[in-house]
Design a protein around this ligand. Structure first.
Ligand code: HEC
Length: 93
């Protein structure tokens, strides 16, 4: 969990998913993504949805947002690190 949280910051997720100096965000808030994720796509569990959001952000674009999340964020992650990142996000209920 600590590793996932660390990755969230080191990969720059927070740059888009937390408010900037002007109080704006480029991406949707993730504070409750563990709960929101299971409501997004029928047939995908929360974990599958979060995993897909990182590896293939264009597969589903959250209404009201641009399809502007970088494609390559998950590419260089080891399976262990990807798992840690997903577990961290899942814990945000
Ligand atoms: C350049 C800005 C940017 C960065 C960096 C970024 N995201 Fe995103 N993210 C977005 C935008 C914009 C969306 C909404 C559009 C979409 O669904 O693709 C999004 C959507 C998501 C969603 C789906 C949210 C929902 O409510 O369904 C998840 C999960 C997510 N991002 C996780 C991450 C993680 C984890 C990282 C770091 C590895 C990250 N993002 C980095 C911009 C970004």
């Amino acid at each position: 969990m600590a590793r996932g949280r660390q990755l969230y910051h080191s990969l720059g997720c927070a740059n888009c998913h937390e408010p900037n100096l002007f109080g704006q965000r480029l991406g949707p808030p993730l504070e409750r993504i563990g709960t929101v994720a299971e409501t997004r796509r029928p047939g995908l569990s929360a974990e599958e949805y979060i995993r897909q959001s990182i590896l293939d952000p264009g597969a589903y674009v959250v209404p009201g947002y641009q399809d502007s999340m970088p494609r390559d964020l998950g590419r260089d992650l080891s399976p262990t690190d990807l798992g840690a990142l997903v577990a961290y996000l899942l814990s945000l209920k």
